[in-house]
Design a protein around this ligand. Structure first.
Ligand code: GDD
Ligand code: MN
Length: 404
């Protein structure tokens, strides 16, 4: 009886507060009406109190118009934010939605009906117990099912990345079997929204890894998509790996991954060109130029993405980065020559040694100079000083693994 009373009180607290349903959408037009219909039916049936629905949309098609039409035809309060600058992708959209939310408890779900709205009351009930900040709908807890994953490859990738992620955050993900799910209920008040660095799909991981949260799980069956196609891609996979590394070890390791990928590409191109009969020095030059440009793009869009706005124009960053890397190559190529001709090492091996040597210098140069905060796109002497002090401190924090 007492238990029942306590439970009743906390349910009413939550029910009074209500829940903001946040749905990131990218070209999901054909799913909107059905999703809103099922959300509405769920609300009526479960009597879980106030609900609002917020679509945060980055579509390139008519999805916003579809949402507006559906919103006009339902009693459910539906809002849509269409972003012209889809920063942070799916994760960025979720954070924007949470900012707009009327209630602290935010239910995040996909817009393609792979996340059945009918289990929302179970999540809400679990949250109402009042002892957790996050309730996760898990595919991997007893009673859950990942059946809706498109194919075996995706199931394998999902399982392997889940295991890797849990191994990397044994404490923060304790009790969480599905850190990659996009279906969860979270108390916004327990998150530092400004401290999140959403990049792509894994927003729950970002939330859980930044701050210790109390977690509960509820099983669910991951359904087939109602309509349309998955937006998951190989690029999302790479973004996830970088996110994982950044969360765990800081920016330097993400930089290392990008550098490592660049080095591999460099060596592969060089091996390919020499195999085609090109002289090894020419091969090294071409391989370097191609990877310098590729690396810069990865730094811009992945590793230093969050510093782009504060560090002036992309063109000026490119000039700095390109100049530095070419200067580095100018030093590196004679060094390769020395190692090959002088020490008798193999050409590809020599190139590898010089690439490793160049890594640390390159990281420091990029973190402190290329992505240094500026005003008006131009470094001012005063700001430049504080700027590098700021990045210096940031860099130190990250080197000390203090980012969490
Ligand atoms: N606003 C916005 N911006 N929404 C996006 C973007 C984007 O760049 N990319 C995808 N979405 C939306 C989709 O429209 C959909 O509503 C939801 O995010 C999930 O995208 P899907 O394309 O359906 O992804 P999925 O089914 O392959 O992946 C889902 O399952 C994964 C677990 O296997 C997502 O829930 C992932 O978060 C989850 O990790
Ligand atoms: Mn989906």
């Amino acid at each position: 009886m007492v238990l029942f009373l306590i439970w009743g009180i906390s349910v009413s607290r939550l029910a009074k507060d209500g829940v903001s349903v946040v749905v990131p959408t990218f070209n999901e037009g054909p799913n909107i009406a059905e999703l809103v219909r099922r959300l509405d039916a769920m609300r009526v049936e479960a009597a879980i109190g106030e609900i609002e629905v917020i679509f945060v949309d980055d579509s390139t098609d008519d999805t916003p118009a579809v949402i507006a039409r559906v919103a006009a035809g339902t009693t459910l309060p539906v809002r849509v934010l269409h972003r012209d600058d889809p920063r942070g992708g799916l994760g960025g959209a979720v954070v924007e939605g949470m900012r707009m939310a009327q209630f602290d408890w935010c239910l995040v779900m996909d817009g393609d009906l792979q996340h059945p709205p009918e289990i929302i009351p179970t999540l809400v009930e679990r949250a109402a117990a009042g002892d957790v900040e996050v309730v996760i709908a898990s595919r991997y807890v007893d009673g859950g099912d990942a059946g809706g994953l498109a194919n075996r490859v995706r199931t394998g990738v999902s399982r392997a990345s889940t295991a890797l992620t849990r191994a990397m955050f044994p404490r923060k993900l304790y009790g969480c079997t599905d850190p990659m799910t996009g279906f969860f209920l979270v108390d916004r008040a327990s998150i530092d929204l400004d401290g999140l660095q959403p990049r792509g799909f894994k927003i729950l991981l970002e939330i859980l890894a930044r701050r210790q949260q109390r977690i509960a799980e509820v099983p669910f069956e991951f359904a087939e998509r109602h309509a349309g196609e998955s937006k998951a891609s190989f690029a999302q996979g790479i973004r996830f790996l970088v996110q994982l590394t950044m969360l765990r070890f800081g920016r330097m390791s993400a930089f290392a991954i990008v550098g490592g990928l660049g080095a591999l590409a460099n060596l592969a191109i060089m091996a390919g060109l020499t195999a085609l009969g090109l002289e090894y020095l020419w091969a090294a030059i071409i391989a370097s130029e191609v990877t310098i440009i590729g690396n810069f793009l990865l730094l811009e869009y992945v590793v230093f993405r969050d510093l782009r706005d504060s560090s002036g124009r992309m063109r000026s960053r490119f000039v700095k980065s390109f100049t530095f890397n070419n200067a580095e190559a100018i030093v590196r190529i004679p060094l390769i020559w020395l190692l090959v001709e002088g020490a008798g090492w193999g050409s590809v091996f020599s190139a590898a040694v010089t690439l490793v040597l160049a890594f640390v210098v390159r990281f420091v140069f990029h973190a402190l100079i290329v992505y240094r905060p500026v005003t008006d796109g131009r470094p001012s002497p005063m700001r430049a000083k504080t700027g590098s002090a700021v990045s210096g401190a940031k860099l130190r924090d990250e080197l000390e693994g203090d980012v969490l």
